[in-house]
Design a protein around this ligand. Structure first.
Ligand code: TXD
Length: 317
């Protein structure tokens, strides 16, 4: 079987880690594209020279030429500026829209049959723009936000309860902004609702709620927490891993249930926008949106988050 081809557009922090992870797990041959000359070539050479030590055997090519992504099965877009301390994701829309426009043209021309995973911020707007320009069917365009936001929520729950992160299930819905919706009702540890465990730990419901509210708030601001510490850019290890889970689910047809930013056609009361919801991701890309009934409070939070997405998308030229 021919090896899969994975094209990474943007060879910065996330793109570099992605190239390494794709190679290390032998998911396919990797092409790393960037406009900066030497940067993707240098990173690919460096990673390729890890091969003999780690024992992986795929080809890595750094390039400044879109023609090299030809025939890619999957394209992952991280091109664009990251946040600096004090900036919101939405502050990036002007400059990153221009970059995304060029990138989407390149993908449309050279990898017209690919699945595209968008990571660049502001995420919900960049996915929308990428789909508009490529014209790809919406099952082939997916934004990464929910896998990471959910992982952050799960990590905070695991640390709070002193259990393995592997046994926590947690999910966020909505846009990739401060109005995202961490779902408290469905957060569980080994299948047991987190709220019940918090109530047992603290012996009263009010304290449990206070602790959960703090975790929800930290989840919403988790990207900014990393930005404030790094000062020179934003999180990159975790966004790379999160998008890799999506890549792997497509390439291996795993049909994993992952919260992804996908085009909605009436689900959760949203029509014509890309918003984060639980999906089934497999060989067909977005194979299904998993719909379920939200409580009135959850729906209100979802509506608020969707309103923020609509406002942001409305500012796209
Ligand atoms: O979960 C998520 N979706 C995210 C998204 C989590 C964290 C950060 N997220 C966003 O990803 C972040 O706000 C940025 O918009 C992107 C990429 O973040 P990264 O940390 O990798 O940024 P870098 O290191 O600055 O890398 C961006 C690269 C850099 O090498 C530029 O030279 C390149 O993008 N770049 C371009 N590549 C191709 N084509 C064009 N036009 C271009 N312009 C810049």
């Amino acid at each position: 079987m021919a090896r899969k081809k994975i094209a990474l557009i943007g060879g910065g922090q996330i793109g570099g880690v992605l190239a390494q992870l794709c190679a290390q797990r032998e998911l396919g041959d990797v092409v790393l594209f960037d406009i900066v000359e030497g940067l993707p070539q240098g990173k690919c050479l460096d990673i390729a020279e890890v091969g003999p030590v780690e024992g992986f055997d795929v080809s890595l090519k750094g390039t400044n030429n879109y023609a090299d992504i030809a025939g890619a099965d999957i394209v992952i877009v991280t091109a664009g500026l990251p946040r600096k301390p004090g900036m919101s994701r939405d502050d990036l829309i002007g400059v990153n829209s221009k970059i995304m426009s060029q990138v989407a043209e390149g993908i449309k021309k050279y990898a017209p049959n690919s699945f595209v995973i968008v990571i660049s911020n502001p995420l919900d707007a960049m996915v929308t723009l990428c789909q508009k320009i490529t014209g790809f069917p919406t099952n082939r365009i997916i934004g990464q936000a929910g896998v990471l936001d959910s992982a952050r929520f799960a990590a905070f729950i695991a640390w709070e309860l002193g259990v393995s992160v592997r046994d926590v299930t947690a999910m966020t819905l909505g846009g990739h902004g401060d109005d995202m919706v961490p779902l408290i009702r469905y957060a569980s540890v080994g299948g047991i609702p987190v709220m019940e465990l918090l109530e047992r730990k603290y012996g009263n419901a009010a304290k449990a709620k206070e602790v959960m509210d703090a975790m929800v708030s930290r989840t919403r601001k988790a990207g900014g927490e990393v930005v404030a510490l790094l000062k020179t850019g934003s999180a990159f290890f975790s966004p790379a891993s999160a998008s890799l889970a999506m890549v792997e689910s497509i390439l291996k047809d795993q049909k994993r249930v992952l919260p992804c930013c996908v085009y909605l056609n009436g689900e959760f009361g949203v029509k014509g926008y890309f918003v984060g919801v639980p999906t089934v991701i497999g060989a067909g890309g977005v194979e299904k949106v998993i719909e379920f009934k939200l409580s009135a409070e959850e729906q209100a939070m979802m509506d608020k988050s969707v309103a923020a997405v609509k406002e942001l998308v409305g500012t796209l030229k």
